[in-house]
Ligand binder design. Structure first.
Ligand SMILES: Nc1ncnc2c1ncn2[C@@H]1O[C@H](COP(=O)(O)OP(=O)(O)OP(=O)(O)O)[C@@H](O)[C@H]1O
Length: 711
């Protein structure tokens, strides 16, 4: 019986069909699965026709409705039909006539090219050019290109290119996997690296070569663009999910990481914004849950309540209801609170502001010279970060490694005294701040022989404090697949720095980068990348620099709009005009997000937008979900962490606000902390700007922030 596969190019087209046409398409796809080849080709309604004079004899068209045509690859010998595209009748034949499909025998994938356009290019007379002009791929030999799966036609084509932009302009015509190889080479990656990162992950499952005529196997191996469907439900499920393509079409590297049978210990996935780390984490949960022992449980955790709720929603799209019950999706803080409350139900929660006040009180009582800020930092970044439990531990010469303010032994004794007294006070009053809850949770979990989880998957890992990591580490027995960690140090916006090795999380040899951005246009990503110019990026959980490598987007669009206003009133007026213009362009209010530097400005901005008749509301990621489509959300820059919107306005990027110096430790107090706090604020601007999918508006009043890229 024939099999049916669907190319991802059909998804956005399906969105354009009305209900009746969708039903007709569904009925047609049923016939492709159920009828014999003879009956199919003779079917009067379907009117399957080969193209006359097309580039690819396997391409056929069929009738979906009077106005829509389906385009199908019907292999001569094989069993598998591939639905390639859905197009309005008047444009279908012209498009289909130019396309050709070939098996890439090196990667084992099925690729499509615009053969007519490439022919035309090959036959065009060479423009006169100076002989010495370098070509884009001069440094790569034909033999190396062949090994990377570039075929003769594309080798000849790429030898004519002199600039990257020429290559990207040809993206729709060049076979998709070969295009990816060429883009990596154009960005300076070595052939060895391209082999490792692009070619190998695409190679056929089960190994071995895929022959040039083995269309069936190539179709099955092209899982990043093609999905096999077995029944009506699956067809509808795939086609009706343009915005959830991540559920079905994983990048080969994403699939490799998510569905690798086992990692022999903790594994980490890093990569710039929008590279699909969350997507990989979700698929990893699917993989782990499907293999869970009878009494096993999986924990999926992220940073804020809003992110946790978004993960719950997305996981429900990926997992059967039965499997979902084996997964807890909660923040690390909620886990710690539950573990502690289990043993001490009476314990309450204490805010960080409260902690600052307590330190100030105790220091004053003892007449000590340090400001409360300094004591809180010593408590947070030394004592709690390193898990120091005794004065001797604190007096150890290595304890304060990385802190730049020297303290004599006597001074350390004084600091320890203040910290110990404050902590005792917290316990006496039965109200603990987050870090204390984690210390207690980790202690309780360490004593338990039965750990609550079989596997722990962590998203947005870059901002967790070592105390939070200790809870997560203690929640799962060490061993294969214990921790799967996704994060990006470019997006670290809080002040914690973490050494996985010191926390007993050994990821050496199991740390993998993702490099394709699926969210943001090249224009926005490139501009935002300049915010981090000269700022070295370290590897997740380590102090070593991240290996070099570009994050690239395959999307293109308009450059960011930058607006400098004379005063706050004019800035707000420009913001309102921008939001209105996005709404006029058909962007739904819920697809628009405005960020501000502080909470006070957030409230103020909402009030202004409402006053001019725009549907705006405050978004607080600890309280709200991200599903409301009726309002423009206004949130702080911290509040957009991990989220994305079609259009984002980043406001108040003013010299006095970024960096906000009252949130930066003074260099006199601790130089290292000063630099780390500044870096976190620079990252904050980067995070806010990289939430935009299509449109980014950045504004300030008075002098612009020094973090902004030079005009
Ligand atoms: N294979 C894929 N196919 C289609 N869309 C994808 C794929 N992978 C990721 N995406 C989409 O790209 C966007 C970014 O993905 P995701 O949120 O997982 O990235 P991230 O690396 O976690 O981002 P960030 O670090 O910026 O929070 C999402 O809209 C996601 O659905």
């Amino acid at each position: 019986m024939p099999q049916l596969a669907i190319d991802s190019a059909c998804l956005p087209q399906y969105e354009k069909l009305d209900r009746a046409t969708r039903d007709r398409l569904l009925a047609a796809t049923r016939k492709f699965r159920e009828l014999s080849l003879r009956a199919l080709f003779a079917h009067p309604d379907l009117r399957i026709r080969p193209l006359t004079g097309g580039q690819d004899p396997r391409i056929h068209t069929f009738r979906v409705s009077d106005s829509w045509t389906g385009i199908m690859l019907a292999p001569e010998s094989g069993e598998t039909f591939l639905l390639i595209h859905l197009l309005p009748r008047e444009s279908a034949e012209e498009w289909a006539g130019g396309q050709r499909h070939d098996v890439n025998t090196v990667m084992g994938t099925l690729e499509r090219r615009d053969a007519t356009a490439l022919d035309r290019h090959a036959k065009a007379p060479e423009p006169p050019e100076p002989a010495a002009d370098p070509h884009l791929f001069d440094r790569v030999s034909d033999a190396a290109l062949r090994q990377l799966g570039i075929d003769a036609e594309i080798i000849a084509f790429c030898r004519t290119l002199t600039e990257r932009a020429e290559l990207t302009g040809w993206a729709p015509a060049v076979p998709q996997d070969q295009y990816d190889v060429l883009l990596h080479l154009a960005d300076g990656d070595s052939p060895d690296r391209v082999m490792r990162e692009v070619v190998q992950p695409r190679r056929a499952v089960g190994g071995g070569d895929v022959g040039p005529d083995d269309y069936d196997r190539a179709i099955r191996n092209t899982r990043h663009r093609v999905v096999m469907v077995n029944d009506d439900e699956e067809v509808e499920d795939v086609l009706g999910r343009e915005f959830d393509a991540w559920r079905v079409f994983l990048h080969p590297k994403q699939r490799d990481l998510a569905y690798r049978p086992h990692f022999n210990g903790p594994a980490a996935v890093s990569g710039g914004p929008g590279t699909g780390k969350t997507v990989v984490a979700l698929h990893r949960v699917k993989h782990l849950t499907e293999r869970l022992p009878l009494d096993g449980r999986v924990l999926l955790t992220s940073f804020t309540n809003a992110l946790v709720r978004a993960l719950q929603r997305d996981l429900a799209l990926l997992l059967d209801a039965e499997l979902l019950t084996d997964v807890d999706v909660v923040t690390a803080d909620k886990l710690a609170l539950d573990v502690v409350r289990d043993e001490h139900p009476e314990l309450g929660f204490r805010s960080d502001n409260d902690v600052l006040g307590m330190f100030a009180n105790v220091a004053r009582k003892h007449g000590l010279p340090w400001p409360a800020d300094f004591l809180v930092q010593e408590y947070r970044h030394v004592i709690m970060a390193k898990g120091i439990a005794t004065v001797d531990g604190y007096l150890d010469p290595d304890a304060r490694q990385g802190r730049s303010t020297p303290l004599s032994v006597e001074q350390r004794r004084d600091v320890w005294h203040v910290v110990a007294e404050t902590r005792a006070w917290m316990r006496r009053t039965r109200r603990l701040p987050t870090l204390e809850l984690h210390a207690e949770a980790a202690r309780i979990l360490a004593q338990r022989t039965e750990k609550p989880y079989t596997n722990v998957v962590v998203d947005e890992a870059q901002d967790l404090h070592p105390a939070q990591w200790r809870t997560l580490r203690a929640a799962v027995p060490p061993g294969p697949d214990d921790l799967f960690i996704a994060g990006d140090n470019r997006q670290r916006i809080y002040d914690s720095s973490v050494s996985f090795a010191q926390l007993g999380i050994r990821i050496v040899g199991r740390s993998f980068p993702l490099r394709v951005n699926y969210r943001t246009t090249t224009e926005i990503l490139t501009w935002a990348g300049e915010i981090l110019r000269d700022q070295p990026v370290t590897e997740l959980g380590e102090s070593a620099p991240e290996p070099p490598g570009l994050t690239r987007s395959l999307l293109t669009g308009r450059p960011p709009v930058l607006h400098g206003a004379a005063d706050r009133g004019s800035e707000l007026a420009a913001l309102a005009a921008q939001v209105r213009s996005w709404l006029d362009d058909g962007i739904a209010p819920g697809d628009i997000c405005v960020t501000t530097r502080t909470r006070r400005l957030r409230e103020d901005t909402v009030a202004h937008l409402r006053a001019v008749g725009l549907p705006a509301a405050v978004f607080n990621p600890q309280e709200h979900t991200v599903d409301d489509t009726e309002i423009v959300r206004v949130t702080t820059m911290h509040g957009v962490k991990g989220l994305e919107f079609r259009a984002v306005a980043v406001t108040g990027v003013t010299k006095d606000a970024l960096p906000q110096l009252d949130r930066v430790a003074s260099a006199a107090l601790d130089e290292g902390q000063h630099a780390a706090d500044l870096a976190a604020q620079r990252n904050l601007l980067y995070v806010a700007c990289t939430r935009a999918r299509e449109a980014l508006f950045v504004s300030w009043h008075g002098e612009p922030s020094p973090f902004l890229p030079a005009a």
